[in-house]
Write a protein that binds this ligand. Structure first.
Ligand code: PMP
Length: 418
């Protein structure tokens, strides 16, 4: 065992015991693969603002923010208030609530391509619904997505993350227009939709090159396929979503994460004629869900979206720029190679001089694994894959504090591997 792992185990004995208990009732003690890591993930008992606290009494600056859903940090008071006052009047009922219409109106006003919207309970479900609409609209069965892209835990899309094609899934290379054009030329007659992220999140925050999304959108339309943009994590990049930065008008857009204010959520928005296929009055598709658009989630979502202003988006990006520059300096001082992918407030670090095409093909697994634990030992909570996500409640002082801790964690890593 390395010194970093020894310290991790010493500091987190209660989490270790909780991991053993969890294994008795959940496979691997886990219910969420992206957050799993060895020797065991922590048990966190509470969060507030930019911090989380584990069951051993350690406090961490949280740079994961629940994989982007907590854009205003933990237990943001206006959101807690909205949740509590909504919950006082019940958590769900089998009829419309005003919150649904308010959140849908807010999103349609912000995102130019969204005429109408339909809610789900996760980004995964949003992808399933978007694909279902595309299949119904085109009469075709297959999808085309980027190799190593991620659109949730559904078979047709999940295989793309690991780079495999499947019975209903074709892959092309992210950032390579030619590759998408070629797939569409060859298989276009079978393809219902092209699904893309503006920044490949799970792959390590790989931003789409300028012009790429617009060119693929055009190629999809030439082939008679729909163009679907996955804004589940990228909606935070501009008030009009990442699509407003790329000058594109997707047929359908998938939302999730921050639009639920920290509660489970998803949505598909887009062209009126396409969303009309889900209109229950027309009887073409049966799309339902016990918790779709429930009053608590939508109340939290309205506050979350409403408070995500252009100024706050800029402030998050400035903090991310400072963090990135500081990390690059600190790694250089410790003689460690470091590369950083960044899109606004979204970052991913790699211990290589160039970032890989995707996290799955990275070559620095061991360095990343140890650095993740070293960062936890120093009081900074990162995603095991090196993803860093800021929130609107991060301050200059928090950024400075994080840089000090992570500089020390770089030194810990260097002592172990150099
Ligand atoms: N799309 C993207 C781009 C995502 O990052 C995620 C979740 N990480 C999803 C879809 C799936 O969302 P959920 O976890 O809410 O099912």
């Amino acid at each position: 065992m390395t010194r970093i792992e020894e310290i991790f185990c010493q500091r987190t004995a209660r989490s270790a015991a909780r991991a053993v208990a969890a294994q008795a009732v959940m496979p691997g003690g886990d219910t969420r693969a992206a957050a799993y890591h060895l020797p065991y993930p922590l048990t966190i008992e509470r969060g507030e603002g930019p911090f989380v606290h584990d069951v051993d009494g350690n406090r961490y600056v949280d740079l994961v923010n629940n994989y982007t859903s907590l854009v205003h940090g933990h237990a943001y008071p206006p959101i807690v208030e909205a949740i509590c006052s909504a919950a006082k009047h019940s958590t769900a009922w089998a009829a419309r609530c005003d919150g649904q219409v308010e959140l849908a109106t807010l999103l349609a006003a912000r995102v130019a391509s969204v005429d109408k919207l339909r809610f789900t309970n996760s980004g995964t479900e949003a992808a399933m619904l978007a694909m279902q609409i595309a299949r119904a609209a085109t009469g075709r069965a297959k999808i085309l997505m980027a190799r190593h892209g991620y659109h949730g835990s559904h078979e047709d899309t999940e295989i793309g993350l690991i780079g495999m094609e499947g019975p209903r899934t074709y892959l092309a290379e992210f950032g390579n227009v030619e590759s998408f054009e070629c797939a569409l030329r060859e298989h276009g007659h079978e393809i219902a939709c092209v699904l893309l992220e503006p920044v490949m999140g799970s792959a390590g925050m790989v931003p789409a090159p300028a012009g790429f999304l617009a060119a693929v959108e055009k190629a999809a339309h030439r082939a008679g396929a729909l163009f679907i943009l996955d804004e589940v994590i990228c909606f935070r990049l501009a008030t009009g979503g990442a699509q407003s930065l790329h000058g594109i008008t997707p047929d359908l857009t998938m939302f999730g994460k921050l639009i639920g204010g920290g509660l489970p959520v998803g949505a598909v928005g887009g062209r009126d004629d396409l969303l009309a296929l889900t209109d229950p009055g027309k009887g073409m598709m049966f799309v339902s869900g016990t918790f779709n658009g429930n009053p608590v989630t939508t109340a939290a979502g309205v506050v979350s979206v409403h408070e995500l202003t252009a100024d706050r988006i800029d402030a998050m990006s400035r903090h991310a720029d400072a963090l990135r520059a500081g990390l690059e300096r600190a790694a250089a001082r410790c003689s460690l190679p470091l590369s950083v992918n960044q899109a606004g407030s979204l970052l991913n670090i790699f211990f290589t001089t160039e970032p890989p095409a995707a996290t799955i093909v990275r070559t620095d697994h061991e360095q990343m694994r140890l650095f993740h634990l070293a960062a936890l030992n120093r009081g900074v909570f990162l995603a095991p894959r090196g993803m860093i996500v800021l929130s609107t409640v991060v301050t200059d002082a928090i950024v400075e504090g994080v840089l000090e801790c992570l500089h020390a964690a770089f030194a810990d890593l260097a002592a172990e591997i150099l």
